[in-house]
Design a protein around this ligand. Structure first.
Ligand code: ADP
Length: 209
């Protein structure tokens, strides 16, 4: 029998909203997680498949001593230079998409979480989705969590948030929302509920048989 392609749930949320934490909870329930950020890092690691094309386009200075993309150098190059950013994205985005979909197709599960931080901003994955799932939390909490995690200061976190869609825009476009304003265990309960809900609608539509 031909294997079924899993349904895709696009997982997104602002920086620090708790996407990785939510993805981990789904993974604990046995749901495969394909994370476009993780794939981007793999592609630009030492020996990563995107490195030859990136070095070709931007020169040896973007390759760090360990062979991986030197993110600080690359950030400085693309900062304020949209053409440069577009050139980098034209190399990376098709490779990320190709690898993401390869992993989705290989997953043996009724549905897969596809984590895409800029799901609504970039829009490319939207036509492939079964549902979108937004991790929501208040802006002050986002800032506090990112500062604690990364050591960035408030201005730096706000600058990243300013390049993303607003909480209201994101929530308005979501099929489903996880409220991550509370504790990790409160979030975990919601993930378990969503997991049961996704299974129930897949079952009803005959996708589990
Ligand atoms: P994202 O992937 O959306 O950027 P993360 O999942 O990495 O966000 O979460 C950001 C930080 O906040 C991490 O250090 C994570 O452990 C922490 N965090 C996430 N959810 C909660 C929560 N409900 N309570 C407390 N800390 C949380």
């Amino acid at each position: 029998m031909k294997a079924k392609i899993p349904k895709l749930v696009g997982l997104t949320g602002g920086i620090g909203s708790g996407k990785s934490a939510v993805a981990e909870c789904f993974a604990d329930l046995g749901v495969p997680v394909v994370d476009t950020d993780v794939i981007a890092h793999e592609l630009t690691a030492g020996g990563g498949a995107a490195m030859p094309a990136i070095v070709d386009a931007f020169g040896e200075s973007v390759r760090g001593a360990d062979g991986a993309l030197d993110r600080a150098v690359m950030r400085a190059l693309v900062f304020g230079d949209p053409a440069c950013r577009q050139r980098l994205e034209a190399i990376l985005h098709p490779m990320i998409e190709h690898e993401s979909l390869r992993r989705v197709a290989a997953a043996n599960a009724p549905y897969v979480m596809l984590a895409v931080p800029l799901l609504f901003e970039s829009g490319g994955y939207l036509p492939l989705l079964w549902r979108s799932l937004v991790v929501d939390c208040r802006e002050e909490l986002q800032i506090e969590r990112v500062m604690r995690r990364s050591g960035l200061d408030e201005a730096a976190v706000r600058a990243i948030m300013a390049a993303q869609c607003t909480r209201e825009q994101r929530n308005a476009r979501a099929d489903d929302i996880i409220d991550n304003n509370g504790t990790i265990s409160a979030m975990r309960l919601q993930v378990e509920r969503k997991h049961r809900y996704y299974h129930a609608i897949l079952d009803k539509s005959g996708c589990l048989s």
